[in-house]
Every structure is written in structure tokens, then in C-alpha cells.
Design a protein around this ligand. Structure first.
Ligand SMILES: *Cc1c(COP(=O)(O)O)cnc(C)c1O
Length: 390
């Protein structure tokens, strides 16, 4: 899509040509729509790769599975981290090779492991004896990395408790896998999604490197270190640039792990969030009573149609309107569905223009990650988030 009139939406960014805003401004979407830019994904890939140096990017497909994004990343030379047979098939359909895909979910169906193995996938994750057994039975000869729990996450969206084996259980799991004839090549972890500062990685890397060196000392020939994701995106607060953030993480990794033959990073959010904005619409502005201090602003998109990460107000999206610059006041922001959980921001209200009214367009910024992939099929009859890739 080209040749849009420059956007009238007050873009805070200094860029002369803004592909996303120009597309949103020129279009009249009839439903909430995520507009994602392939050029921005490609740019962010380069920025992360520059900081990551010799570590290879395995894009975490769940962040945004739009086929055009996968294709763009295949063309950039990215590898992929898939969590299911569906994600593996998607990557293959867009030109990725099986050997460039890791099957990173620690909870896999045996038939899906066999499918992946037959498709040429060689790298699998496990965090339990039963999963090691499944891999041994269904992907003989595969390389396996063991995921360990991150207990001291400083992330806005921690992934800590559900995945990984306890640090104390790792030595036994390593031995179990070796005895089962599984080729354990390394360790993986995830610092937690949206880890806003590179410095937050330090205590995690300290803990994981102790496990790494102990495992090597016990005779396990580890050569693959999987750093997972966690690379942050800019929402309502500024974060360090992708290149310097990734470079700082890699310096901290090198100091603690030395020369590891294969280091992989699995950015999801940090690669695609800033490449997309959602165009949405105000459905109602109301007050619960004449002396209610907060207006309620209901949008045509909510918790179930793409904005699931507002759960617990964990991710604070920046929202712009055509009326920005006019006098503003605090609002409770809510989605359109008949579910009282569908409130986006209430504990920390959002400042929006007082003149905002139904029918007004709003832009929710930097929404390229975990929106379309989290959208329900159509809860309450509201359409799932539409996606336009430019
Ligand atoms: C979700 C996920 C990622 C991506 O995390 P981000 O914080 O979005 O970068 C990476 N690795 C694994 C195993 C994941 O489950």
C-alpha cells in the first residue's frame, strides 16, 4: 500500500513519512484493525541482530503469526521458535527450513514431535522426564535443550512459574536424559516478557550460568545456550534501543558463559510490537453519575478481541486520538463486550481529550505483538482483530 496522504493523527515521532499512520488515516476500517509494517519488522530484525552479534535470532512465532511477517523474516535469514505443529507448518509454508525451526514448547503432543522430526526439525525443548521420554521415542537423534525456571524475573509479563525445571532438579534431569539416550546439547530460560532494562538480566544470568558450569563440570557437553525472549517494546514508557539493549545482554552473557558455540535468542515482542498500531473506534463515552470524576470510554476493542495483555494493567499501551492537544481528563477505558472483566485500565486511569465522543478513531500504538494472536474468535459477536500487513 503506497501513496497515502500524510497522517493527520498527531504523531509524536519525528519521522517525515509514517507508513502505519498514513495507512490508518487513509483507510476506513469497519472493525478494529491491526496494521503491521513489514519494513518495520525488517528494520527491527537488523537492529536486534546488530546488538546480538553472534547469537542467532529464532523469532517466537506466537507474538505475531501473520504469514507475511514470517515470510519477511525468512527473507532476512531469521530462524524460528515454534510452540505447536500449527506454528511449524506456518513457518514451513513461508519458506523456512525444518533445520531452522526449534520446537520450544515444553508441552508437546507425541504425534507433533514425530511430525516435527519428519519435517527436519532437530532442536527440541524439555523440562521434565516425561517430555524427555516423548522426544526419545518420537524424535530419535534429536538435539534437546533443557529449560530451567527463572525465579527472579523483573519482567512486566513474567513467564516464570509455568515453565522450566527447578534448579535443584536439573542435575538429575540431565542424567535422566543422558541415560535415556537423548542428546542434551544445552539449556534455555526466559527472563520474562517485557523485561524493560538489560540490567534486569544480570541476576538471572548469574543463576543460569552457575547451573551451566556445574552441568559441564559433571560431564555434560553443553554447546547451546538459548536466551529466550524478554526484549522489550516501547509502550507508555521509553525503553532502551534494541541494539544497545541486546548488546548489553550479550556482554553480560559473554562475561558469565565464555565461548558458547551456539547462542540463540527468541525475541517475539521486541521484534514485532513496534511494527504495528491498532486502529479502533470509541463506541461510548459516559459517566456513572453527574459527579463521577472519571468518564468511562468504551472502545470497539477489548480484553477478548486483542488487548489481553492489559490484564492486570500489565501492559500500558499509548493511545492517540485526532483530538490530542485539546484539554484532557482521566478516563476508565473499557472494551465493548458484556463481561465485567473487559476493563482495560481503571486503577491507573488514562488521560484522554474531554471532547472525545463515539465515532472517534483512536490509535493504540505499538501493538504488533500478542494482539492478533490473542484475539478470541468472536466473543459476544464482536469481530476478532483484523490484520492488514503493509
Ligand atoms: C513467548 C516466548 C518467547 C518470546 O518472548 P518475548 O518476551 O515476546 O520476546 C520466547 N521464547 C519462548 C520459549 C516463549 O514461550
Amino acid at each position: 500500500m503506497t501513496a497515502f496522504t500524510p497522517g493527520a493523527f498527531g504523531a509524536p515521532s519525528p519521522v517525515a513519512f509514517d507508513d502505519l499512520l498514513d495507512c490508518i488515516h487513509a483507510s476506513n476500517f469497519d472493525r478494529p484493525t491491526l496494521v503491521v509494517s513489514r519494513a518495520r519488522v525488517a528494520e527491527q530484525y537488523d537492529a536486534l541482530a546488530a546488538g546480538l552479534g553472534r547469537a542467532r535470532i529464532h523469532y517466537a512465532v506466537k507474538a505475531n503469526p501473520a504469514p507475511q511477517i514470517i515470510r519477511t523474516l525468512v527473507e532476512k535469514g531469521s530462524r524460528f521458535d515454534a510452540a505447536s505443529r500449527g506454528e511449524i507448518e506456518l513457518c514451513l509454508s513461508q519458506g523456512a527450513k525444518g533445520c531452522d525451526i526449534s520446537f520450544g514448547n515444553t508441552v508437546k503432543r507425541p504425534s507433533d514431535i514425530a511430525f516435527a522430526h519428519a519435517a527436519g526439525v532437530t532442536l527440541f525443548a524439555a523440562d521434565s522426564e516425561a517430555e524427555v521420554d516423548k522426544i526419545a521415542a518420537n524424535a530419535p537423534g534429536a538435539q534437546v535443550y533443557l529449560r530451567v525456571i527463572v525465579e527472579n524475573s523483573n519482567a512486566d509479563w513474567p513467564l516464570s512459574r509455568k515453565f522450566g525445571c527447578a534448579h535443584t532438579a536439573l542435575p538429575e534431569l540431565l542424567n535422566y536424559a543422558r541415560d535415556a539416550g537423548v542428546n542434551v546439547v544445552g539449556l534455555s530460560f526466559h527472563v520474562g516478557s517485557q523485561t524493560r532494562q538489560a540490567a534486569f538480566w544480570t541476576p538471572v544470568l548469574d543463576a543460569i550460568s552457575r547451573l551451566w558450569h556445574a552441568a559441564r563440570a559433571a560431564g555434560h557437553d553443553l554447546s547451546v545456550l538459548n536466551l529466550g525472549g524478554g526484549f522489550p517494546a516501547q509502550y507508555d514508557t521509553a525503553v532502551e534501543g534494541a541494539t544497545s539493549y541486546a548488546a548489553a545482554v550479550m556482554r553480560a552473557v559473554s562475561e558469565r558463559f565464555g565461548d558458547v558455540p551456539y547462542i540463540m535468542a527468541e525475541p517475539g515482542r521486541g521484534l514485532v510490537a513496534e511494527a504495528g498500531h491498532i486502529a479502533a473506534e470509541v463506541m461510548l463515552v459516559s459517566r456513572k453519575s453527574a459527579d463521577d470524576l472519571h468518564r468511562w470510554v468504551f472502545l470497539d476493542i477489548g480484553m477478548f478481541s486483542g488487548l489481553a495483555e492489559t490484564m492486570g494493567e500489565a501492559v500500558r499501551y499509548a493511545i492517540t486520538t485526532l483530538r490530542d492537544g485539546e484539554e484532557a481528563g482521566p478516563c476508565v477505558l473499557a472494551g465493548p463486550s458484556c463481561d465485567s472483566a473487559d476493563i482495560l485500565y481503571e486503577h491507573r486511569p488514562v488521560m484522554l481529550p474531554l471532547s472525545l465522543t463515539h465515532g472517534d478513531k483512536v490509535i493504540i500504538r505499538n501493538c504488533g505483538a500478542y494482539t492478533s494472536s490473542y484475539s478470541s474468535v468472536g466473543f459476544n459477536g464482536f469481530p476478532p482483530l483484523a490484520v492488514v500487513v503493509i
